[in-house]
Design a protein around this ligand. Structure first.
Ligand SMILES: [Zn+2]
Length: 255
């Protein structure tokens, strides 16, 4: 996930193994992303997600190229302290988590691009919807994996068309999106673990929720992003170490 813009000149996706020279947290024991071995995950009951009604309405967003990623923020939210009407509660998380930004990670071709892997499988892209509880600073990321499929939702087609026009650093534009149509959460299965930001400063203590159902996206859409802005925008998987990964479903449903 993305962090502060001022960090950008010290890192690039060409050398993620050297990020720790400037950002010591990148060498921590609880880093993200990770590979999720489903057989090692622990089942757990979670209360439902409750999203505010604004997730279901068309909202104006600002997309900006920060040299490493395209970051999409709510247009009427002028600074971090300004909470907005896009928030969720539930899923055994304490308090309200306000929308901060969403962005996407992808690779040079369809064989890679996601940050998280499931059973060693890489996906062509991964989207992160970053949320924050401003009472205690807790960051929660809702992550979605993609699969190449022509049955793409028009909302993602719109995103690819608009984002791919932001060719130069600091290029920005506005666009209307509906977050529910982008995220497609519904009653989906997910994994939950504690990790870190996946971009410098790689701060730990981030709560990750990775939805296992893949979102369809056309290869043409990913090609627009790869060819026009960044060929590669993801961090490789990091050691799991002693961490536990939970899942919100029973194994019987996997067979
Ligand atoms: Zn991210």
């Amino acid at each position: 996930m993305s962090c502060t813009e001022k960090s950008n000149k010290y890192w690039s996706y060409d050398n993620p193994s050297e990020w720790s020279k400037h950002f010591p947290s990148a060498n921590g024991l609880c880093q993200s992303p990770i590979n999720i071995n489903t057989i090692d995950t622990i089942p757990k009951f979670y209360s439902p997600f409750i999203f505010s009604s604004k997730y279901n309405s068309d909202e104006l967003f600002i997309l900006s190229n920060n040299d490493q990623q395209i970051i999409t923020t709510l247009a009427k939210c002028t600074n971090e302290q300004n909470t907005n009407e896009l928030w969720f509660t539930g899923s055994d998380l304490n308090g309200r988590f306000y929308f901060v930004n969403f962005h996407m990670h992808w690779g040079r071709n369809d064989k890679h691009g996601s940050e998280h892997e499931i059973n060693g499988h890489r996906f062509p892209a991964e989207a992160h919807f970053v949320h924050k509880n401003y009472d205690n600073g807790q960051i929660v990321v809702l992550a979605f994996l993609f699969t190449i499929d022509n049955n793409e939702h028009s909302e993602w087609e719109k995103y690819a068309n608009v984002a791919s026009q932001l060719i130069k650093t600091h290029d920005r534009t506005t666009c209307i999106f509906n977050l529910n149509r982008l995220m497609q959460v519904k009653d989906r299965e997910f994994f939950r673990y504690i990790g870190s930001l996946t971009t410098p400063p790689c701060t730990e203590g981030v709560i990750w929720t990775i939805f296992s159902h893949e979102i369809p996206i056309k290869e043409e859409s990913l090609n627009l992003l790869r060819q026009n802005i960044m060929q590669k925008a993801y961090r490789p998987v990091q050691p799991l170490n002693d961490r536990t990964i939970f899942r919100n479903y029973e194994y019987s449903k996997m067979i």
